[in-house]
Design a protein around this ligand. Structure first.
Ligand SMILES: Cc1cc2nc3c(=O)[nH]c(=O)nc-3n(C[C@H](O)[C@H](O)[C@H](O)COP(=O)(O)OP(=O)(O)OC[C@H]3O[C@@H](n4cnc5c(N)ncnc54)[C@H](O)[C@@H]3O)c2cc1C
Ligand code: FES
Ligand code: FES
Length: 1416
C-alpha cells in the first residue's frame, strides 16, 4: 500500500502545548479529543461529540504556505481526526496557565463569575484565547462572535461576555451604565470604600459577625458597636452611608459594579508577547525545509529538530477492529487521484464536519480515508475578469475572508453573489466548524439544507471536477445535484474548485437562511435568489434556488419562468411568483423534517423579501420596496449585548453576602477541575455500554448476547436476570432497573455490556440481538387524556364556590394552555464509576448526581447489601438542573451491578444522544380551564384540569404535579378555584425534576389563560395582572397567608425604573410605523414556594473538622453543580468561625461524611445545609471561644492546636430541620412552603413577522432574594435561570417520531439559547431595604436556584404581544392561542398573512396522515 504514495511516512508529528509529539502508527479511528484525554489532558471536555457545543474547543495552529503566515484556529477536537494533526501545534486549556498562575483569559472568566459548573468553560477559554492570538485588540463585536460555537447552560452568557470584553479595545468598563441606545455613561465613583466599609470608623462591615439573623434581622442592623460610639450605620438612620438606599428604596451606590471594579483592578495585564510560540520547526516543516527524504520513519520523540521531512502519509491500521484500516494524506492532486484510482470507494475527508458526524451518529464506516486539506492545488484561488475560482478545500473561514477582500476590491455591484455567500456564511455553523470545514465538503455532501449550494446555484456557479490524467470537467451547479445526497460526480473524480461569476449591472443577488436558532444552526429553509433586469427593468435572467424544500437543492423554475421577460416591480408579478413557488415547492404534511406549512411559508416569504430588497436596490418604486429597510437582517441582529447588575453592599457581615467568586472557578477555567470522566482509570477497569430499546412499548421475547460476547474484549452482558437484589426502584417502586418482560419507551436500557473500552463495548451493544413483540403505545399528553392513560393519584385544591363564581361573572371563557418538554442539556452528560474495594461487598461510587444518598440506597438494594458498605462520592457536576436528581441513580446502579459481577472498576459516561434518549425531561403540561371574570378583567372563578406527561413511570411526577397545582395561582387572587391535577402515563422516558419542578408549568398555564382573557377584553394583559395581583396577607388556594409579600412593590419599582409606560408607547409607535417588524413588551411577576413537598426532605446536615494547623474541612449534604453551594457554605463557615474564607475547604459530598442527605434540589440546599453548617460551626466557635479570649493575638492555627492539646473536640456535626412545615393535601391544611422567593421581569422583543426570527432587545429583572448569602452568585443564578426559561418557552422544542423514538437527540436539532439569544440589554437588580417580618432562614437569605426560571417566559409573552400587534394590523381581533415553545415556526404561522394562507395545507389533505414529528 505504502508504495502508492512513495516516499511516505506512517507516523504523525505535531506539538501539544509546546511539546513535540510523534505518534507511531496512530489509531486511525481516534479523534484529537480522545487522544488528548487519553494523554491526561482532561481539561478539554466532551459535551456532544458532534461539533454542536464547543466544550471540546482547542486551538490548532499551522503554518499556511499559501498565505505564508501562521494561522491560529479554534477547532472542535471531537470532530478532528488525530491523523489530521500532522504538522500542527495544538494548544489546550492546560497550555495556558494553572489555578495558581492563570492566563489572563482564565483569570478574568473565573473572577468575573463566567464559570458556574465549569464544564463548558475550557471551551470558552480556548475560543477567546484563539481570538486574542489572532488579534490582541479585538472589538466587542469580534469577542461576541468568537463564542458563536460555544454553548453554556448555566450562566446565561452575560458574565462570560463581560469578562471577555475586558480585553476589548472599545471595552465597556465597570462604573459605566448602559443607556437605552446602547451607549455607556460613567457612574459617579464613591471614594474610600476599597475595604467594603461605609467609611465610618468601626463600620460593622470590617468585623466578622457570627450570629445569623434567625429572627429576621428586621432593622437590617448588625448589632455592632462602633469604637467611636453610637451603633450600626444602618440603625442610626445615617442614610448618607455609602451603602444606604434612598427614599424609594433605590440603591444609591451599586455594590455590584464596585465589586467588579475591585476585581478588575487586580487583574494582571494581558501581555500577548508572553504566549507560547509557534514551534519554528513546524514552519520549516511546512515549507519542506526539514530532513532529507531518506530519513523517513527514522524519527522518535527524542529525535533532533531537523529529522522528519513533511511527506505524504500512508498508514495502515495495526488494529484489525478499527473502522478505518487504511489512511492516506497525499500532498499533491496527482497523488490524490492516484489513490482514488486504486481505492475508488475511498472516503475523502476535509474538515470532517460531515464525515465525522456521519461516523458518530449514523455509525457509518469508511475503511479507506484520504485527507485532502493539505493539497495546495485544492487551496488555490484564481481570478479572471469574468469569475473567481475558489479551491475546493479552502476553509469556510478563509472563504469568508477572501470574499470580503473581493467585495472591497471590486465594489458592491459586481460582487453581489459574493456578498450573498458572505451573508450565509455569517450564520454558517460556529467558528470552530468554519475554521476547518470546506467548500467542497459542503457541495459534495449535497445536503438539501446546505447553506452554500443554493447561493452557488443562484449565482450560476460551476463546479470543476478533476480526474486522473489532468482531466477537468465543468458542471453547472444547476445540473450537479441529482437527488437526495446524490451528485453528478464520478467515483474517480474530486471537486477541484468552484467558479463564481462576477455580477453585471442590473443584477441583484440575495441569500436568506432561516433556522431554529440564529447562531450555529442548520437551516430550515435557505435560498439564493438572483434577478437580472435590463434598463427598462425587464427581467433578462432569474434564478431562485432553495434548500430545505426538496430532497436536494432545487430551482423554483416555475417562479423563474413567471419572471422571465416581465417587468420587475409589477405588483401582479410578485403575486404570480409567490403562487408559483407555492405550487412547485409546496410540501406534504408528512414531509421529512416536518414543519410543512412553515417551510412553504418561508419559501414564499423569501421571494417577497427578495422582491422588496431588489426593487429598492434597482430603485424601483413600489409598496414593498418602501418597507425594504425592515427586511435587512442587520436591522435587529448582532447588536452588542450589555448588562447591568445592581445590588447594595452588605453592611452587617464580613463574608456572608459578598460577591465572592465561585471557589472552584480558577480550577474550572484552567481545566484542573475534575469531573467523573476525568478521573484516571483504575487497573483492569471496564467500560459499560447500554443496549437500548428501539420500541416505545414492546414485549421482550428473547435477548441473544452470543454475537456480542464473541467480540474480543467483551467480558459480560448483563440483563434483568443478573440483578442479585431488588430489580425495583424509584420512590414508587414502579420501575425496573433492567426490564424483565416489557420495555416502556424507545431508548430504555435493556441490557448492559462490559468490555475493555468504550469502542468495543458500544460495538458489542449493537451486536446484542433482542427480539421484541411490539405493543400499542401512547406518546402525547392529549392522547393519554383521551385514552384515560393516567396514574391513579390526583391532587386537588378547592376554594370557594366555583359554580356560583362562574355564574356571577360577566364573562366565562374556556380554553386550554400547553407548554412542552425541556431537555436539561447539562453540559456533562450522566456519568458514573463504581470501584469495588476488593473486600466483601464494599464499593465506592463516583457519580455525577444530585442525590448521593438515593444513589447509595438504591445501589445497596440492587446488590442486596447494607448501605453502610457503599459510599457515593460527588466532587462536582457539570450541571444538573434537576436532571441528575433521580435519573442519575439508574446509571450508578448499572455500574455497580457491573462492578459486582466482574469485581472490576466499571465506568460509563453517556453519549449525548443516549443521555437525551434515556434520562427524562421537564414534564409537558396541558391545562384545560374555564374562567369567569368581570368586564374590567377581575378574576371571579377558575376551574382548571392540569395534566402532565409523566412518561412511563412515576419517578418524581407527583411532586412535580403538586408544585404545578400549587403554582397555578402565580401572583393572583382568584376568589373561587378548583384545580385538579393528574399525571398521564405515556410511553416516553420517565419525565423528571427540572429546575422549577412544575412551578413554571403551573404559572405558565395560568398566564397563557390571562393573555386570552386580555385578548377577549381588548386590554394589555399587564392590566389584568396588576388588577388581580395578591396583596399582603391574602390567602393562596393552598391556604397560605402571604406575608413578606413584595411583588406589588417590585411591580411598581421595576415598571418605574424600566420605564414600562414610556416604552409601551414607544413600542406602539414603532409598530404603527413598521409593517414587518413588530415589537412586544411584557411585564411578568412570579412567586416560587421554597421547601420540599415531602416533609422529611426538609432537613440538612453537616460535619465540620478544625485541624491542628487551623484549616477547616466542611462536609455537608448538598452537592455542587455550578450553583456555588460550596462557596456559600464556606462563606457561612468562615463567617461563623470568624476566619478568612481561605481557611475553609470543601472537598466533596460523600455519604460517609454526610449521611441520609436530601437531594440537592428545590432551591432549598443553601437554607437546609447552610443552617446545618452554621450550627456545627457555632458549636465549634463556642468551644474555641475561651481559647480565643485567652490568646487574643495568636493566629488561629495556634488556637486550634492549643485546644487540641487541651483535649477539646475540634469536630462538630450540625443538623437543621425546617420548622412548621407540612401540608395535608386532603384537608388543604398546614404550611406548604416555608416562604416565597419573588420577582418581576420586563422583556422587550422585536419579531421579524416574515420569518419568525426575533431578538430580545432588553430585559429588566428585580428579585427579592432576601439577604443574599452571595449576591454575585445569586445574580448568576437569576441570569442563568432566566436564559433556561427563555429557552424553554422559545427555542427548545423536544420532538418525537410518531412511533416513539426521540427525534431531538443532540445539539444538532435541539436548540438551547446561544450567546446571541440572550437579552441585548440585560439588567438585573436585587430588592433592597426590606424588613422581613417572618422570614426565618439562615441570615435571612432566600433560595434562588429555581425561582427566576419562570421569568424567562416573559420573552414568550413579549413575543405574543408582538404577534398580536401583527395580527391586529391584519384585522385579526380574535384571542390568540399560542403554545410553548414559541419557535420561529409558531411565531411566523401566528402572524397570519397572505403568505401563510397560501401555504396552508387544506384539512382534507391532512386527514389520516401523521406529521413527521410530534410534541408530546
Ligand atoms: C455543528 C455543525 C454545524 C453545521 N452547520 C452547518 C450550516 O450552518 N450550514 C451548512 O450548510 N452546513 C453545516 N454543517 C455541515 C458541514 O459543516 C458542511 O457541510 C461543511 O461544509 C462540510 O465540509 P467539510 O470540509 O467538513 O466536509 P467533510 O466532512 O470533510 O466531507 C464532506 C463530504 O465532502 C467530500 N469531500 C470533501 N472534499 C472533497 C473534494 N475535494 N472532492 C470531492 N469530495 C470532497 C467528503 O468525501 C465527504 O463526502 C454543520 C456541521 C456541523 C457538525
Ligand atoms: S464535544 Fe465537541 S462540540 Fe460538543
Ligand atoms: S458553566 Fe457553562 S455549562 Fe455550566
Amino acid at each position: 500500500m505504502a508504495a502508492l504514495l512513495s516516499p511516505s511516512r506512517d507516523n504523525i508529528l505535531f506539538y501539544v502545548n509546546g511539546a513535540r509529539v510523534v505518534v507511531e502508527a496512530p489509531d486511525l479511528d481516534q479523534t484529537l479529543l480522545q487522544y488528548l484525554r487519553s494523554a491526561g489532558l482532561t481539561g478539554t471536555k466532551l459535551g456532544c461529540g458532534e461539533g454542536g457545543c464547543g466544550a471540546c474547543t482547542v486551538m490548532v495552529s499551522r503554518y499556511d504556505t499559501a498565505e505564508q503566515r501562521i494561522i491560529h484556529a479554534s477547532v472542535n477536537a471531537c470532530l478532528c481526526p488525530l491523523y489530521t494533526m500532522d504538522g500542527k501545534h495544538v494548544i489546550t486549556v492546560e497550555g495556558l496557565g494553572t489555578a495558581k498562575n492563570p492566563h489572563s483569559v482564565q483569570e478574568r472568566i473565573a473572577l468575573l463569575h463566567g464559570s458556574q459548573c465549569g464544564f463548558c468553560t475550557p471551551g470558552f477559554v480556548m475560543s477567546l484565547y484563539t481570538l486574542l492570538r489572532n488579534n490582541p485588540n479585538p472589538s466587542e463585536l469580534e469577542i461576541e462572535e468568537c463564542f458563536d460555537g460555544n454553548l453554556c447552560r448555566c450562566t446565561g452568557y452575560r458574565p462570560i461576555l463581560d469578562a471577555a470584553k475586558t480585553f476589548a479595545e472599545d471595552a465597556w468598563k465597570p462604573g459605566s451604565t448602559v443607556n437605552a441606545d446602547g451607549s455607556a455613561t460613567a457612574m459617579p465613583k464613591k471614594q474610600g470604600m476599597g475595604d467594603g466599609s461605609c467609611g465610618i470608623d468601626g463600620c460593622c462591615r470590617l468585623k466578622p459577625q457570627p450570629e445569623p439573623a434567625q429572627d429576621g434581622n428586621a432593622d437590617g442592623c448588625c448589632g455592632a458597636k462602633k469604637a467611636s460610639g453610637g451603633g450600626c450605620c444602618r440603625k442610626d438612620g445615617r442614610e448618607d452611608s455609602a451603602v444606604a438606599c434612598d427614599d424609594q428604596g433605590e440603591v444609591s451606590v451599586n455594590e455590584a459594579e464596585r465589586e467588579k471594579a475591585e476585581v478588575i483592578a487586580k487583574f494582571q495585564k494581558y501581555d500577548a508577547s508572553r504566549e507560547l510560540i509557534f514551534p519554528p520547526f513546524l514552519i520549516r516543516y511546512a515549507k519542506g525545509n526539514t530532513a532529507a527524504i531518506d530519513s523517513v520513519n527514522s524519527s522518535s520523540s527524542s529525535s533532533s529538530d531537523n529529522d522528519i521531512p513533511r511527506l505524504p502519509l500512508a498508514i495502515t491500521s495495526r488494529n484489525p477492529a478499527s473502522w478505518c484500516q487504511q489512511f492516506y494524506r497525499p500532498l499533491t492532486l496527482e497523488d490524490l487521484l492516484a489513490v482514488l484510482r486504486q481505492h475508488p470507494q475511498a472516503k475523502l475527508v476535509a474538515g470532517n464536519s460531515e464525515v465525522g458526524v456521519e461516523m458518530r451518529l449514523k455509525k457509518a464506516k469508511f475503511p479507506v480515508q484520504v485527507f485532502v486539506n493539505d493539497i495546495p492545488e485544492l487551496q488555490a484561488i484564481s481570478k479572471c475578469s469574468e469569475q473567481v475560482t475558489f479551491g475546493a478545500n479552502i476553509s469556510l473561514e478563509r472563504f469568508a475572508r477572501v470574499l470580503d477582500g473581493l467585495i472591497k476590491a471590486h465594489g458592491p455591484e459586481r460582487t453581489q453573489s459574493f456578498a450573498a455567500l458572505r451573508d450565509n456564511l455569517r450564520f454558517f455553523a460556529g467558528n470552530q466548524i468554519r475554521n476547518v470545514a470546506t467548500i467542497a465538503g459542503n457541495i459534495a455532501t449535497a445536503s438539501p439544507i446546505s447553506d452554500l449550494n443554493p447561493v452557488f446555484m443562484a449565482a450560476n456557479a460551476t463546479v470543476i471536477l478533476a480526474s486522473a490524467g489532468a482531466k477537468y470537467r465543468r458542471v453547472p451547479m444547476s445540473e450537479f445535484f441529482l437527488g437526495y445526497r446524490r451528485t453528478a460526480m464520478q467515483p474517480s473524480e474530486v471537486i477541484y474548485g468552484v467558479s463564481v461569476p462576477f455580477n453585471v449591472k442590473g443584477e441583484v443577488v440575495r441569500a436568506f437562511k432561516q433556522a431554529k436558532r440564529r447562531d450555529d444552526d442548520i437551516a430550515i429553509v435557505t435560498c439564493g435568489l438572483r434577478v437580472r433586469v435590463d434598463q427598462s427593468n425587464k427581467v433578462t435572467d432569474a434564478s431562485f434556488a432553495y434548500g430545505g424544500m426538496a430532497p436536494t437543492t432545487v430551482l423554483a423554475t416555475k417562479a423563474m419562468e413567471c419572471a422571465k421577460d416581465e417587468v420587475w416591480g409589477e405588483p401582479l408579478l410578485l403575486n404570480r411568483m409567490m403562487q408559483a413557488v407555492q405550487e412547485q415547492l409546496r410540501l406534504d404534511f408528512t414531509v421529512p423534517g416536518g414543519m410543512a406549512e412553515y417551510r412553504t411559508t418561508l419559501a414564499i416569504s423569501f421571494i417577497y423579501k427578495f422582491w422588496a430588497l431588489s426593487c429598492r436596490a434597482l430603485s424601483i418604486d413600489c409598496l414593498e420596496a418602501a418597507a425594504a429597510d425592515e427586511m435587512e437582517d442587520d436591522a435587529a441582529e448582532r447588536t452588542l449585548c450589555k448588562g447591568k447588575q445592581e445590588y447594595a453592599s452588605v453592611t452587617d457581615r464580613a463574608i456572608v453576602g459578598k460577591g465572592v467568586a465561585h471557589l472552584s472557578a480558577l480550577r474550572q477555567t484552567t481545566g484542573e477541575a475534575r469531573y467523573i470522566d476525568d478521573m484516571p482509570t483504575v487497573t483492569g477497569e471496564l467500560y459499560m455500554a447500554l443496549v437500548l430499546s428501539p420500541h416505545a412499548h414492546a414485549r421482550i421475547v428473547a435477548i441473544d448476547s452470543e454475537s456480542a460476547l464473541a467480540i474480543a474484549g467483551v467480558h459480560r452482558v448483563l440483563t434483568a436476570k443478573d440483578v442479585p437484589g431488588s430489580n425495583c426502584w424509584n420512590i414508587f417502586h414502579d420501575e425496573e432497573i433492567l426490564p424483565s418482560e416489557e420495555v416502556h419507551y424507545a431508548g430504555q436500557p435493556v441490557a448492559l455490556v462490559l468490555a475493555d473500552n468504550q469502542r468495543i463495548a458500544q460495538e458489542a451493544a449493537r451486536a446484542v440481538n433482542v427480539a421484541y413483540e411490539a405493543l400499542p403505545a401512547v406518546l402525547t399528553v392529549r392522547d393519554a387524556v383521551a385514552q384515560g392513560s393516567l396514574f391513579a393519584e390526583e391532587r386537588v385544591l378547592r376554594n370557594g364556590d366555583v359554580d356560583s363564581g362562574l355564574a356571577k361573572s360577566d364573562y366565562v371563557l374556556s380554553g386550554d394552555s400547553y407548554c412542552g418538554a425541556q431537555e436539561h442539556f447539562y453540559l456533562e452528560t450522566m456519568a458514573s464509576i463504581t470501584v469495588p474495594k476488593g473486600e466483601g461487598d464494599e464499593f465506592d461510587i463516583f457519580s455525577s448526581t444530585q442525590n448521593p444518598t438515593e444513589t447509595q440506597m438504591v445501589c445497596a438494594e440492587v446488590l442486596g447489601v447494607p448501605a453502610s458498605q457503599i459510599v457515593c462520592h460527588v466532587k462536582r457536576m457539570g450541571g444538573g438542573f434537576g436532571g441528575k436528581e433521580s435519573r442519575s441513580v439508574l446509571l450508578a446502579a448499572f455500574t455497580t451491578l457491573g462492578a459486582f459481577h466482574t469485581n472490576r472498576s466499571v465506568r460509563i459516561m453517556l453519549d449525548r444522544d443516549e443521555d437525551m434518549r434515556t434520562s427524562g425531561q421537564r414534564h409537558p403540561f396541558l391545562g384545560r380551564w374555564t374562567v369567569g371574570f368581570s368586564r374590567a378583567g377581575q378574576l371571579q372563578a377558575l376551574r382548571m384540569q392540569v395534566f402532565s406527561n409523566g412518561g412511563f413511570s412515576h419517578d418524581l411526577s407527583i411532586g412535580v404535579l403538586e408544585r404545578a397545582v400549587s403554582h397555578v395561582d402565580n401572583c393572583y387572587r382568584i376568589p373561587a378555584t378548583e384545580i385538579v391535577g393528574r399525571v398521564c402515563r405515556t410511553n416516553t422516558q420517565s419525565n423528571t425534576a427540572f429546575r422549577s419542578f412544575g412551578g413554571c408549568q403551573g404559572m405558565f398555564l395560568l398566564e397563557s389563560m390571562l393573555c386570552e382573557i386580555a385578548d377577549h377584553l381588548g386590554k394589555h394583559v399587564e392590566e389584568i395582572r396588576a388588577l388581580n395581583m395578591y396583596q399582603a396577607n391574602d390567602i393562596t388556594p393552598f391556604s397560605q397567608v402571604l406575608d413578606d409579600w413584595n411583588v406589588p412593590r417590585m411591580w411598581e419599582q421595576l415598571a418605574s425604573s424600566a420605564q414600562y409606560a414610556e416604552r409601551r408607547k414607544a413600542v406602539d409607535e414603532f409598530n404603527s410605523k413598521s409593517r414587518f417588524r413588530k415589537r412586544g413588551l411584557a411585564q411578568l411577576p412570579t412567586k416560587f414556594g421554597i421547601s420540599f413537598g415531602v416533609k422529611h426532605l426538609n432537613q440538612g446536615m453537616s460535619l465540620v473538622h478544625v485541624y491542628m494547623d487551623g484549616s477547616v474541612l466542611v462536609a455537608h449534604g448538598g452537592t455542587e453543580m455550578g450553583q456555588g453551594l460550596h462557596t456559600k457554605m464556606a462563606q457561612i463557615a468562615a463567617e461563623t468561625l470568624g476566619l478568612p474564607l481561605s481557611s475553609i475547604f470543601i472537598s466533596e459530598t460523600a455519604t460517609n461524611t454526610a449521611a441520609n442527605t436530601s437531594p440537592t434540589a428545590a432551591s432549598a440546599s443553601s437554607d437546609l445545609n447552610g443552617f446545618a453548617v452554621y450550627n456545627a460551626c457555632k458549636t465549634l466557635a463556642d468551644r474555641l471561644r475561651p481559647y480565643r479570649e485567652k490568646m487574643p493575638n495568636e493566629p488561629f492555627s495556634k488556637i486550634a492546636r492549643t485546644a487540641y492539646l487541651d483535649r477539646c473536640s475540634l469536630t462538630a456535626a450540625g443538623h437543621y430541620a425546617t420548622p412548621d412545615i407540612g401540608f395535608n393535601w386532603q384537608k388543604n391544611e398546614g404550611l406548604l412552603y416555608f416562604y416565597f422567593t419573588q420577582g418581576v421581569a420586563i422583556a422587550e422583543v422585536e419579531l421579524d413577522t416574515l420569518t419568525g426570527t426575533h431578538t430580545t432587545r432588553r430585559v429588566d429583572i428585580m428579585m427579592d432574594v432576601g439577604k443574599s448569602l452571595n449576591k454575585a452568585l445569586d445574580i448568576g443564578q437569576i441570569e442563568g435561570a432566566f436564559a433556561q426559561g427563555q429557552g424553554w418557552t422559545t427555542s427548545e422544542e423536544f420532538l418525537y417520531f410518531p412511533n416513539g423514538p426521540l427525534f431531538t437527540q443532540g445539539p444538532g436539532n435541539y436548540k438551547i439559547p446561544s450567546a446571541l439569544d440572550i437579552p441585548r440589554d440585560f439588567r438585573v437588580s436585587l430588592l433592597e431595604n426590606v424588613d422581613y417580618k417572618t422570614l426565618k432562614t439562615i441570615y435571612s437569605s432566600k433560595g434562588i436556584g429555581e425561582p427566576p426560571l419562570f421569568l424567562g417566559s416573559s420573552v414568550f409573552f413579549a413575543l405574543r404581544d408582538a404577534v398580536m400587534a401583527a395580527r391586529k394590523e391584519r384585522g385579526i381581533q380574535s384571542p390568540l392561542h399560542m403554545e410553548s415553545p414559541a419557535t420561529p415556526e409558531i411565531l411566523r404561522m401566528a402572524c397570519v398573512d397572505e403568505m401563510v394562507e397560501l401555504a396552508r395545507i387544506p384539512e382534507t389533505m391532512k386527514e389520516g396522515k401523521v406529521p413527521f414529528v410530534v410534541r408530546i
